[in-house]
Design a protein around this ligand. Structure first.
Ligand code: GDP
Ligand code: MN
Length: 389
């Protein structure tokens, strides 16, 4: 689960990390009030969406007057910001973060990620902050520093000093850098984060300057949310695909894809196999919908409704290998869905496993025209033919 930049900054602030003074706003009026409250003469307006690359896309604006601030906010709120991370449709900007602008001397990169190879959190740092870290990794890999953290003893001072030295932080900046890195690591562990990325970490102000987090991105472990109430409360459902949110509310796993064959399947493995079989036959899946084990008729109806909300769907492939599931329930659910949703697109149904005979009988006696299939390959071929027909 992701959170907004301003939520990440507020969280880091509670760990003693320096972040700019700021406030969140949903309109230009509110933004003006925030700017007056926090004071100063220069502010940064930052679009709050769950994607990076906002700077280059017009989602970060430095302004010198309240008038310009209101104009910048007005131009952002309600528009879809397209960055290299959002995809072509962009993300709707519903709130902005207003903060006092900082006089930046230098920008750095700091990231904590879980390295699957070593099975440890790795601290990644670079003197080339502010820009895409992927680009730095490609073009100047020697500018990226890695420091592996032992989970039993945590991040040690000498490791922080080593990293700080490597990115050019010395003198009075050294103890600040050590304190900041340790605080971010502690925050990450406390909150079950999978990733914490600070880009840029900046040296701001005059003279020796001060280290400040100007942009922060956090990603949390969904499996740990049950014990992270404060993190869960920061979830912004508006940032997630509405169909995926609705599906999770019904205990279904839905992932939107860009083809035209809707897929209702039980189990992630069978779902992947179904997508492969469709692709092998030259078709393109519209989604991945896993009804899981114990799919009641209601669950199947909800699954059909969610799949049909995608206007590109030309037919639905239902592929169930029932173990815990029961084919008769699936069949009953499909009939209920056809009647209550007035389904116009053909349904290709392949049932196997528990109560398969009852399931097939229910479909056959329903008076509705299902296209039935014997096995996965047959079902995929029929679905592709139907979608293309
Ligand atoms: P991102 O593009 O989505 O990663 O957004 P960032 O928050 O990283 O902002 C992009 C760039 O805007 C930063 O790399 C900075 O160069 C600039 N920026 C952000 N905050 C400030 C600020 O307070 N003052 C100035 N002058 N520039 C800023
Ligand atoms: Mn950034």
């Amino acid at each position: 689960m992701n959170i907004h930049e301003y939520q990440a900054k507020e969280l880091l602030k509670t760990y003693g990390v320096s972040v700019p003074v700021g406030g969140v706003a949903y309109s230009d009026q509110q933004a003006a009030r925030v700017a007056e409250d926090i004071g100063g003469h220069r502010w940064v307006v930052k679009a709050q969406i769950h994607a990076g690359g906002r700077g280059k896309a017009g989602g970060v604006k430095v302004v010198n007057s309240i008038d310009d601030l209101k104009k910048a906010v007005d131009a952002m709120i309600g528009t879809r910001l397209v960055t290299h991370q959002t995809g072509p449709d962009g993300s709707l900007v519903q709130r902005v973060w207003i903060e006092q602008a900082s006089a930046i001397q230098k920008e750095f990169y700091l990231g904590f990620v879980i390295d699957r190879g070593t099975q440890r959190i790795t601290l990644i740092a670079s003197s080339e902050g502010g820009m895409d870290i992927e680009e730095v990794a490609r073009e100047q890999p020697e500018k990226i520093i890695h420091e592996v953290i032992d989970p039993a003893i945590g991040l040690l001072d000498f490791q922080c000093r080593k990293v700080a030295t490597a990115i050019g932080l010395k003198g009075k900046r050294m103890p600040q850098a050590v304190k900041l890195m340790k605080a971010i690591y502690r925050c990450m562990r406390d909150r079950d984060a999978l990733q914490a990325e600070i880009n840029p970490l900046a040296l701001v102000g005059d003279g020796d300057g001060q280290l400040m987090v100007l942009d922060a991105k956090f990603n949390f472990d969904d499996n740990a949310l049950y014990r992270q109430k404060a993190v869960t409360e920061m979830r912004d459902l508006a940032e997630e695909d509405p169909k995926e949110v609705e599906a999770s509310g019904h205990g279904l796993n839905y992932i939107a894809l860009d083809g035209n064959i809707g897929c209702i399947v039980n189990g992630a493995g069978l779902a992947m196999a179904s997508l492969d079989a469709i692709t092998l036959h030259g078709g393109r899946p519209a989604n991945f919908l896993d009804v899981g084990g114990g799919a009641s008729p209601e669950k199947v109806t909800n699954a059909c409704r969610i799949v049909l909300e995608d206007p590109n769907v030309r037919c639905i492939l239902v592929n169930i290998f029932a173990g815990i599931n029961r084919c008769d329930w699936i069949a009953t659910g499909l009939i209920q869905a056809c009647n209550s949703l007035k389904i116009q697109v053909p349904l290709i149904v392949r049932l196997a496993g528990t109560n398969v005979e009852e399931g097939r009988k229910i479909l056959a006696e329903s008076g509705l025209s299902f296209i039935t299939a014997e096995n996965l390959d047959d079902a995929a071929a029929k679905a592709v033919a139907t979608a293309q027909g």
